[in-house]
Design a protein around this ligand. Structure first.
Ligand SMILES: Nc1ncnc2c1ncn2[C@@H]1O[C@H](COP(=O)(O)OP(=O)(O)OP(=O)(O)O)[C@@H](O)[C@H]1O
Length: 912
């Protein structure tokens, strides 16, 4: 129940039309000095000859002033001319309404302030009426219907109504019926009747019961606000409109849209309680003063009818106002309009009257009348408004209908429940899909980052590997340099060979030191890589910790696992890159080592041969000596050059560049030769244990003098010993050489030997060495035995293949440093080699073939590795077309042939 009260009256001021706007005074800003001395620029309208002025001044949202007073007398004079004293120049009348909307108010504002509060009443079963009243052209149709782009109260109300109906549909069956009619010249016309249908368009009758009803109206059941909008647009297009002087599209009829809302609860009972509410939205035709119009003919008749009905409405309003609660006759029956609005004005209804007015003096009188009319309406006292609730007793037949409806409802609900289940399942599926998509997104983010960062990270790992290699090399080089430095500091100057070695090592250390510098290009790349790595880790962390509504626990674990896998994968790739670099370095180093081993071993053999040739030459006498020495000198020179080239190829540096320090007259490096470094304190170079050789006696540790790591090696002693350097050099350069240590003195000692040609044992027979003894055994058929020092060399345990030194009568002997260094060679063989003929065939007793001798090499070509070299050389010689064009004793020995083709070419120079 809504308490008794009054109808709500709201005033809306339309904006000036463009025509009016052009005739209104423009606002100007006059500068003036205010009394407080400040410069003021108040805005004011200039009282020029503008034909129109604004007659409405909005005070606040409920109050307006009609024809406000002009405070400026000069302007007042200009506007109104002379006014006798005592007369009021301006109406300056203040009106108070329930709401006042200025011309800036939007349709929404008007809707919220007027129609919206009625909606809830309507759905609770109350009647409600909204009607727009005003002079022609003041904005009634605009307010009620609006345009497609800017819909008015009808559309906005319907949109809200259908929304609220939707919310209530679960519990109620709600029926919405719409009718649309016009009252034109006191005739009721159906605006929704389609042409050609039996429904009569005009001449409809009003039936009054508890309610007012127009019989025979087309009833439409829209299901949305848009459908209502279409209905209204359709009806408006059928509404009688004509252009008048005041309005191009002046409505010449009153249009009434009625929305009947009936609600019944879905739960069935013996009596059904129905709620009915009717919302009437009325767009009245504009009032017009006949005197002010130039309308003639039909327009004049229309105008008269409009005015008649509006007058009847006014009279009803007056009667309702004046009654003051007393029962007084209200002349509703004077017009169709008032008959229709009977219950809206004085009955069981909540009513809102929207009064539209124009803002300018052009509609001065109309506006004034309208405002007076509206003000009177505010005084209408309405009755207590009650709900339209009907209790309908059901007939038996209705039960069947109710049962059917309930069955329908049950099946609908079943469907809904099933649908809900489906919905749940679908929801689950959707969630899973979203989670999977989210996981994919996370994975792809990580993949993208991995793709982005991997090249830099891998590059960093490679660089780190290279730096590690450089550090390892440097460690070894520095260790050796430290040894040399210690040696240099203990003696006044290093021998030239060690000096050259030191310089070479320094040169080799240079680039490695550059590499490990903090600012080196490699280190910069390592730094860059570690930044990339950090970024990659951060991305993995961020993605792994990413939280989202879409991610369930399983998905989060999935992402985390993927992140861990990617990290591990990146580590693997990094390790691979590093390993690759290290492997390359090891391979490279192995190549260098192999090349150098080859070179050194062949040089060693070559030195042995050179020594033997020299010995033979000495035995031959002075003539042979000179030629041999010359040839040897030339050969050694070529060999040295070849070696240099190999050095350059392998290490990028030539030893020759650093060996120039030795003065031609100075002590020879041969004399100063201190042996080879055995260990640099960093372990044996070989990466694995030395495998014993099958079928051959295993060399004792002492005899494996090549093993650089054997600390007790006699070779180590050799370069500590002040004994003759040549002996040392021979001992350290040739594998089978063995020095009998002091410990062995007095004992019968068995010495194992091995070289390319064979192996065997030497027994010193327990004679004991007087001095250091170096005994060299070579291949059985070409045995050469050097006995250094006064030693007696016993027969070899493999005596069939070895001969004692005395048996061969080939001996080299020198004193130790306590005596004058002298080199004594006694050669049993009268002639070893003739340098000019390069042949050893002249030897009386078949001598051991020199490894430098092509015939030896040829003879060994099948079984010996060295033979293969000789074969190569021979082939080359043959290729040169002359076997007789044999080179000098060492000239066919290219020590570096395998590694350096250039060196090979160079070494082919002829002797002499
Ligand atoms: N608030 C407003 N904002 C903008 N334009 C408006 C407004 N009110 C009215 N108009 C415009 O003024 C003109 C007249 O309005 P409308 O047709 O609504 O007047 P009316 O009161 O319905 O006239 P009639 O009684 O002759 O049918 C129309 O062009 C309309 O667009």
């Amino acid at each position: 129940m809504v308490a008794a009260g009054s109808i709500t009256v709201a005033v809306r001021v339309r904006p000036p039309t463009s025509w009016e706007g052009a005739r209104l005074p423009q606002q100007t800003y006059d500068n003036c000095i205010r009394t407080d001395g400040a410069l003021s620029t108040p805005a004011k309208s200039t009282a020029t000859n503008a034909p129109l002025r604004e007659v409405i001044q909005i005070v606040d949202d409920r109050v307006l002033t009609f024809d406000p007073d002009e405070k400026d007398p000069s302007r007042a004079f200009v506007e109104r001319g002379f006014v006798p004293p005592g007369t009021k120049r301006y109406k300056d009348r203040r009106f108070i309404f329930d709401r006042v909307f200025d011309y800036q108010a939007r349709q929404q504002d008007v809707y919220h302030g007027t129609a919206k509060p009625l909606l809830s009443n309507l759905l609770e079963g109350y009647n409600a009426t909204i009607f727009a009243y005003g002079a022609t052209g003041c904005g009634k149709t605009h307010t009620i219907s609006g345009t497609d782009a800017d819909p008015g109260i009808i559309y906005l109300t319907m949109a809200d109504l259908f929304q609220q109906i939707e919310d209530k549909r679960e519990e109620n069956i709600i029926d919405v019926v719409v009718t649309f009619l016009e009252i034109y010249n006191e005739e009721i016309r159906d605006l929704l009747a389609e042409p050609g249908t039996p429904t009569p368009r005009g001449g409809l009758q009003i039936r009054e019961d508890k309610n007012v009803k127009v019989v025979g109206l087309t009833e439409l059941r829209p299901r949305s606000a848009d459908e209502v909008k279409e209905i209204v647009l359709l009806g408006n297009s059928r509404r009688t409109q004509s252009p008048t002087h005041a309005n191009e599209t002046s409505s010449r009829s009153h249009a009434v849209l009625q929305v009947h809302v009936t609600q019944a609860p879905r739960t069935a009972s013996i009596t059904e309680q129905r709620m009915m509410g009717t919302l009437s939205i009325i767009d009245l035709a504009g009032s017009e003063r006949a005197a002010a119009t130039t309308n003639m003919g039909q327009r004049m008749v229309e105008g008269a009818n409009i005015n008649k009905s509006l007058l009847a409405l006014g009279n009803c309003i007056n009667a309702l106002c004046e009654s003051g609660g007393a029962i007084r006759h209200v002349p509703y029956r004077n017009s169709k309009l008032t008959r229709l609005l009977k219950f809206s004005l004085g009955g069981n209804c909540k009513t809102v009257m929207i009064v539209c007015i124009a803002p300018t003096s052009l509609h001065f009188d109309d506006t004034q009348n309208t405002l007076v009319y509206a003000e009177r309406a505010t005084r209408i006292k309405t009755k207590v408004v009650t709900r339209n609730v009907v209790n309908v007793d059901r007939h038996v037949g209705q039960y069947v209908e109710a049962i059917n409806r309930l069955n329908l409802e049950v099946s609908e609900l079943k469907q809904k429940v099933a649908g809900k289940r489906d919905l749940e399942a679908e929801k689950d599926r959707r969630k899973r899909r979203e989670a999977a998509a989210e996981v994919e997104r996370a994975k792809s983010d990580m993949q993208q980052k991995a793709d982005q960062m991997q090249p830099s990270i891998v590059d960093g790992a490679s660089c780190a590997g290279k730096i590690a290699v450089a550090e390892a090399k440097l460690k070894v080089i520095r260790a050796r340099l430290a040894q040399l430095d210690t040696q240099a500091s203990s003696s006044s100057a290093l021998p030239s060979d060690l000096e050259a070695e030191r310089e070479l090592l320094k040169a080799l250390a240079g680039p490695e030191e550059e590499v490990i510098k903090a600012q080196s290009a490699l280190n910069v790349r390592v730094q860059r890589s570690s930044n990339s790595s950090a970024m990659f880790d951060a991305t993995l962390r961020a993605v792994g910790e990413r939280r989202s509504d879409k991610l369930d626990e399983f998905a989060v674990d999935n992402v985390k696992l993927d992140a861990r896998w990617r990290k591990a994968e990146m580590e693997r790739v990094k390790a691979e890159a590093r390993q690759e670099v290290l492997q390359e370095a090891v391979t490279r180093q192995a190549e260098v080592v192999v090349s150098l081993i080859g070179m050194v071993s062949r040089c060693t053999v070559m030195l042995g041969d050179a020594s033997r040739i020299l010995g033979t030459a000495v035995a031959e006498g002075r003539d042979g000596m000179e030629a041999t020495v010359k040839a040897l000198s030339s050969s050694l020179k070529h060999v040295a050059e070849g070696n240099d080239e190999v050095f350059k190829t392998l290490l990028g540096h030539s030893i020759a560049a650093y060996a120039v320090g030795a003065a031609p007259q100075g002590p020879s490096s041969l004399d100063n030769f201190k042996g080879y470094p055995t260990t640099l304190g960093i372990g044996r170079a070989a990466s694995g244990p030395i495998a014993p050789q099958h079928g051959k006696p295993r060399l004792s540790r002492r005899s494996s003098s090549y093993g650089a790591s054997v600390p007790s090696s006699p070779l180590r002693k050799a370069h500590k010993s002040p004994r003759k350097s040549l002996r040392s050099s021979m001992a350290s350069a040739a594998l089978p050489y063995r020095r009998v240590s002091d410990k062995d003195k007095g004992k019968r000692k068995g010495v194992q030997w091995r070289d390319e040609a064979g192996q065997g044992d030497i027994d010193d027979g327990g004679v004991g060495a007087v001095g250091p003894t170096i005994t060299v055994f070579s291949s059985p058929d070409t045995t050469t035995i050097f006995s250094a020092g006064a030693s007696t060399v016993g027969s070899s345990s493999a005596s069939t293949s070895t001969r004692s030194m005395s048996g061969l009568s080939l001996e080299s002997e020198w004193e130790d440093e306590k005596t004058d260094d002298s080199l004594q060679f006694s050669f049993a063989q009268p002639s070893m080699h003739d340098a000019s003929s390069s042949s050893i065939s002249a030897v009386r007793k078949r001598p051991r073939a020199s490894r430098l001798d092509p015939s030896f090499l040829k003879s060994k070509s099948r079984g010996s590795t060295l033979g293969s070299l000789a074969e190569d050389d021979e082939d080359c010689a043959a290729a040169q077309g002359s076997p007789t064009k044999r080179l000098g004793p060492l000239s066919d020995r290219n020590m570096n042939r395998a590694s350096s083709p250039e060196g090979s070419t160079r070494s082919r120079a002829t002797l002499g």
